[in-house]
Design a binder for this molecule. Structure first.
Ligand SMILES: NC(=O)c1ccc[n+]([C@@H]2O[C@H](COP(=O)([O-])OP(=O)(O)OC[C@H]3O[C@@H](n4cnc5c(N)ncnc54)[C@H](OP(=O)(O)O)[C@@H]3O)[C@@H](O)[C@H]2O)c1
Length: 308
């Protein structure tokens, strides 16, 4: 009788988040054992219903703890990311996006983890990124490309905004529209190609098992391009609400972002977010199709979860 192959173990950093939950569930269905470090095991215990998930309370910024959590893993996936930092000088973004990646590559090398899949963001660029978010995401990409060497085979994904029933993006606008008759917003002309969270998860799971993706970077977009104004209008119609969506000109838009940035607890929006929106979040190539995945359009899926 042939010996049974051991179950491959994947460590998913950021596996408790919106994308991470979708991906972890897919990996389990595909027969992987999944280890997920988290800062708060109790808050994320619903992941324990997935068979084969090892949810560990760990501080991944601690190099020893990171090495410990990677021990025995065949691959690492990094989904850790923040949209806003506590302060305003970029150090929070650097810690979450850049310093962590440097520690992660080192920990992979120390533990013989030879496969790394990293989540960046569309238009991330270490020099030309207009915001701390996009610059630090770009710096992390550059670090991975220079540090991984021959030992670690990496793949990088750069998605546009991601939608799905548990997203922040669409659901936040739905909440705002439900609460207020008037919605004044900046940068309604900002462009996005929203990509479905399950397509993103599929891209990661496909890459994990495909050596052709080694050393490559893929942009991930949905099939349609929308302006922010069009997305909000679509949500408004799906909710069946009469609302006034009011474009805010430059200076008022910056004032609104500054108020949310400095005065509202939890920073629902920030000047850094506003700067990120100054570049069109649309793909220059079709990363999903290169992986054999047909991107699903947003319209019907969003309607399904706004009106379940
Ligand atoms: N959602 C989008 O539209 C979108 C678009 C483009 C790119 N991305 C990128 O995709 C990745 C996943 O996004 P997401 O929407 O799933 O994010 P999310 O829901 O906020 O999840 C991020 C996860 O990372 C962990 N995390 C966050 N900050 C951390 C920190 N300072 N130290 C350690 N762990 C931390 C959290 O885990 P614990 O709280 O359990 O520790 C959290 O579950 C991010 O890198 C994001 O930048 C997202």
């Amino acid at each position: 009788m042939a010996a049974r192959q051991p179950t491959p173990m994947v460590c998913v950093l950021g596996g408790t988040g919106f994308v991470g939950r979708s991906l972890s569930s897919l990996l389990v269905r595909r027969g992987y054992a999944v280890r997920i470090p988290t800062r708060n095991r109790q808050r994320n215990r619903r992941l324990l219903v997935l068979p084969g998930v090892d949810l560990r309370q760990t501080d991944i910024h601690d190099e020893f703890a990171l090495e410990e959590v990677l021990r025995g893993c065949d691959a690492a996936i990094n989904l850790v990311g923040i949209l806003n930092e506590r302060g305003h000088d970029g150090s929070g973004f650097k810690a979450a996006h850049v310093d962590l990646v440097e520690k992660l590559v080192k920990a992979c090398q120390e533990n013989g983890v030879t496969r790394l899949i990293h989540m960046s963001a569309l238009k991330a660029n270490h020099q030309r990124g207009p915001s701390h978010y996009l610059r630090t995401k770009g710096q992390a990409e550059r670090l991975i490309k220079t540090l991984c060497g021959e030992e670690i085979r990496y793949t990088i994904f750069k998605p546009s905004v991601i939608f799905g029933s548990e997203d922040v993006f669409i659901n936040r606008f739905a909440t705002l529209l439900r609460r207020s008759p008037i919605l004044p917003l900046a940068r309604l002309d900002a462009r996005f190609a929203p990509v479905f969270v399950e397509d993103v998860a599929l891209a990661f799971a496909t890459a994990l098992a495909d050596s052709d993706t080694y050393g490559k970077t893929y942009e991930l977009c949905g099939p349609d391009i929308y302006s922010l104004g069009e997305i909000i209008e679509l949500v408004r119609r799906d909710l069946g609400l009469k609302r006034l969506i009011m474009p805010l000109p430059g200076v008022l838009g910056r004032l609104q972002a500054a108020i949310a940035d400095y005065l509202i607890p939890g920073k629902p929006f920030s000047l850094d977010n506003l700067r990120s929106m100054s570049v069109a979040s649309v793909c220059s190539d079709g990363g999903l199709r290169q992986l054999g995945i047909a991107p699903r359009p947003m319209r019907h899926i969003v309607r399904g979860y706004l009106n379940p």
